[in-house]
Design a protein around this ligand. Structure first.
Ligand code: F6P
Length: 358
């Protein structure tokens, strides 16, 4: 039996741990299983760039960040557009799958990759997918692998900023990844003891943010830390249409990101010194956390079970602490965002964290 495997989209710390979970389970179930590893995600499937994996390839990788297969971004919206040589990408992927006589394709990926996985399912391929992303924004699973490891890195960044912020009595903004959602910022912000947390799901009011900072000064606090999601947006901007926002960005001062814009606005309004820290891709780097190693192992084993039962067209998931499966059809194209009324935000507000919204 031949099983194809690929890792797609932005990497994370727990991809290898997850592939190991799938592979070790399959090798234990079957004497004759051969795993074909496609290089650099869907690109490897398109251009038939692959290696025949050995069981030893999956040993010693539980703690290793990144992906032994390599990855790349192959946007879903461009799947219907031929490559520079006129190659039909979807057709090419189907051909590789057929030529290699694969029983199924195992896809480790985030939102865009799940959409492509669903497209390939619609095209008749047997697919089992696994929920990867540091953003935790995949619908159908309460947790994605990679998220908790990234929370640890972002928390450490905020911890480190704490000591220097305290020494200098400065305002610090730590910009946290997460694409369009605020999960990573919410968790790292709380874990790192941020004073203000700004999320895309709760547009902020600059005056409220400034008042929260003034209040801290009034209380004799020498410094403040803001954990700001890369997708955070002001109430004013959230009220604009996409077109209007684009126009506004053309006319105003151009900042590298929201954290820098906010930093300049805070200095202008308060006269306080503001420093911006962007941990960026460090949040995807390093080794997987213990939580992720366990989640990856569980999800990997569950994916192997689906293959064993020939149940295709599903993404393995975790719901209420239990490993389960969700159909790709349901998952594809849906974002799991932070509910502004969720209890964790209420609890964070109770301990005095401002979300800049009220
Ligand atoms: O989806 C994971 C993620 O790290 C996001 O948090 C971030 O917005 C994006 O990928 C960065 O992408 P790239 O690695 O392509 O710069």
């Amino acid at each position: 039996m031949r099983v194809g495997m690929l890792t797609s989209g932005g990497d994370c710390q727990s991809l290898n741990a997850t592939m190991r979970g799938v592979a070790k389970s399959l090798y234990k179930m079957y004497d004759d299983v051969e795993i074909i590893g496609f290089k650099d995600g869907y690109k490897g499937l398109m251009y038939a760039d692959y290696t025949i994996m050995k069981p030893s390839d999956f040993s010693g990788i539980l703690t290793k960040g990144g992906t032994i297969l390599g990855t790349s971004r192959q946007p879903f919206k461009l799947m219907g557009t031929p490559d520079e040589n006129g190659l039909d990408k979807v057709e090419a992927m189907k051909q590789t799958y057929k030529k290699l006589k694969l029983e199924c394709l195992v896809v480790l990926g985030g939102n865009g990759s799940q959409k492509t996985a669903n497209l390939l399912r619609q095209e008749g391929l047997n697919i089992v997918s696994l929920p990867k992303t540091i953003d935790n924004d995949l619908w159908g699973t309460e947790m994605t692998f990679g998220f908790q490891s990234a929370v640890n890195v972002a928390t450490t960044a905020i911890d480190c900023i704490h000591t220097t912020a305290a020494s200098h009595g400065r305002v610090f903004i730590v910009e946290v990844m997460g694409h369009k959602v605020g999960w990573l910022t919410l968790y790292a912000g709380i874990a790192g003891g941020a004073d203000i947390i700004l999320l895309p799901e709760l547009p902020y009011d600059l005056d409220i943010v400034v008042n929260a900072l003034r209040e801290r000064t009034r209380q004799g606090k020498r410094f403040s830390i803001l954990a700001v999601a890369e997708g955070a947006i002001s109430k004013e901007d959230a009220g604009l249409s996409k077109k209007e926002l684009k126009e506004k960005k053309k006319t105003g001062l151009v900042y590298p990101s929201v954290a820098y814009e906010l930093g300049a606005q805070i200095t202008e309004k308060t006269g306080q010194e503001v420093r911006v820290t962007v941990p960026g891709h460090t949040q995807r780097g390093g080794e997987p956390s213990a939580y992720d190693r366990v989640l990856s192992t569980r999800l990997g084993a569950a994916a192997a079970n689906l293959i064993n039962e020939k149940k295709y067209g599903y993404m393995v998931a975790i719901q209420d602490g239990e490993i389960t499966k969700v159909s790709l059809e349901e998952v594809a194209g849906k974002l799991k965002t932070v509910d502004p009324d969720c209890s964790i935000i209420k609890e964070a507000k109770m301990v005095g964290i401002s979300f800049g919204d009220e």
